[in-house]
Design a protein around this ligand. Structure first.
Ligand SMILES: *[C@@H]1O[C@H](CO)[C@@H](O)[C@H](O)[C@H]1NC(C)=O
Ligand SMILES: *[C@@H]1O[C@H](CO)[C@@H](O)[C@H](O)[C@H]1NC(C)=O
Length: 372
């Protein structure tokens, strides 16, 4: 091979591994936002839809309000609830800004993000939930940041830089810490989705690729560790809340990669995530599923396991995670998800995260993800 050809080959190989970042582009591309707006505009003009009904519920939620009273930011985070609420409020206000054009929503979102990013210095390394604190709420807030940054909302360069600094230097170090029994099951899949979102917002390909690798291979939260070939989740014996949280986390990671167009995570292991959704949907609808007691999460003993049978705890309390997977696998890929489909028909309008934490998954899937 001539040295010119060799140089060209090397150049092309390295170019092809540089992502053309899509912005806005964490959970929602510009096209996704436009689709939401089209349903909202049609609804305002008198054409009803489930998407529009869901929008009306979103608009009524206190976390979507431009008068939402945020918490007082702290320098060292030692609990997570307040940040999660603020992160969700920032995200919902960002969506409201896009869907109403009302600047007061953008301003509320920016005020929340700027107050936190100019104050927080660290997540306490001794805090038991340090990884959840660095993933769930920050993931929500990064979705807000992405929308605000790319929709002419008036966010200052200093605000954007502070936000990037916070992601890379406050939250990322906790997500990348594999010590102890962290980075497992739903905690690990939460870390992965947050790390992917941070990678997109900061355009850091190293960080993004690290997260992609965790999705596929992490030793206690990679896809094959989270969902067995039959669809059983590694926490199916623990309770249905954690199972659904984990499924939602995985789907959110898949969605980011789909929006970016870099990897088909949804399709990994012959659509393993679809199989996982269907298993859990079927069980939570009241049907019987097979249970293999040898398939357990890492460190199951730390949370009362290993579990000999599937858990009835939380059974039938559907978390807002189903629309996202359904939109991809059924509406886009034309695959079949009969049990997930039953849940969607029962729920009709998926709202934000429920009883345990507002910030567990992105929610409002009927408005955000439903295509047809
Ligand atoms: C939003 O914030 C900008 C900059 O601080 C301010 O000029 C503007 O009046 C605010 N708009 C609303 C509707 O609050
Ligand atoms: C990109 O992410 C890596 C971790 O994956 C981090 O070490 C590095 O500092 C980040 N780069 C920048 C410019 O922030």
């Amino acid at each position: 091979m001539s040295s010119f050809k060799l140089t060209l080959l090397i150049l092309l190989t390295s170019l092809s591994s540089i992502y053309a970042w899509v912005h806005p582009g964490i959970l929602h591309s510009a096209g996704d936002l436009k689709r939401m707006l089209s349903y909202v505009n049609a609804g305002r003009a008198g054409t009803p839809s489930n998407q529009y009904s869901d929008y009306l519920l979103l608009a009524r939620d206190y976390l979507s309000s431009d008068t939402y009273g945020m918490s007082t930011p702290v320098t060292i985070l030692t609990q997570r609830a307040a940040f999660e609420r603020d992160g969700t409020a920032a995200y919902q206000n960002a969506l409201m800004w896009y869907l109403t054009g009302d600047k007061s929503h953008a301003n509320k979102s920016i005020a929340i993000m700027d107050s936190w990013s100019s104050t927080i210095k660290s997540v306490d390394p001794a805090y038991r939930d340090r990884q959840l604190a660095s993933s769930l709420g920050p993931f929500m807030m990064t979705n807000a940041a992405e929308i605000i940054r790319y929709t002419d909302a008036g966010w200052t360069t200093t605000g954007i830089q502070n936000f990037e600094f916070m992601l890379t230097n406050v939250f990322y170090p906790r997500l990348n810490d594999h010590s102890g029994s962290q980075y497992e099951a739903n905690v690990g899949s939460g870390n992965t989705k947050a790390m992917m979102a941070f990678g997109v917002f900061t355009q850091n390909q190293t960080m993004y690729n690290e997260a992609i690798d965790y999705y596929s291979n992490e030793r206690c939260s990679g896809l094959p560790l989270d969902i067995s070939p039959t669809g059983q989740a590694s926490e199916s014996g623990r309770d249905q809340q954690h199972v659904q949280l984990g499924l939602g986390n995985l789907a959110e990671s898949c969605q980011i990669a789909a929006v970016q167009g870099t990897h088909d995570l949804y399709g990994l292991l012959s659509n393993r995530l679809l199989v996982g959704y269907e298993y859990t949907a079927k069980y939570n609808l009241g049907y019987t599923v097979p249970y293999d007691a040898s398939f357990q999460r890492c460190s199951a003993h730390n949370i009362g396991g290993p579990f000999p049978t599937i858990s009835t705890s939380g059974r039938g309390r559907f978390r807002p995670i189903y629309e996202l997977a359904y939109a991809h696998y059924v509406s886009t890929k034309k695959l079949s998800m009969p049990y997930t489909s039953q849940i969607i028909q029962q729920v009709v309008t998926e709202v934000g995260s429920g009883v345990n934490s507002r910030a567990d998954n992105s929610g409002w899937g009927t408005l955000k993800y439903r295509i047809l």
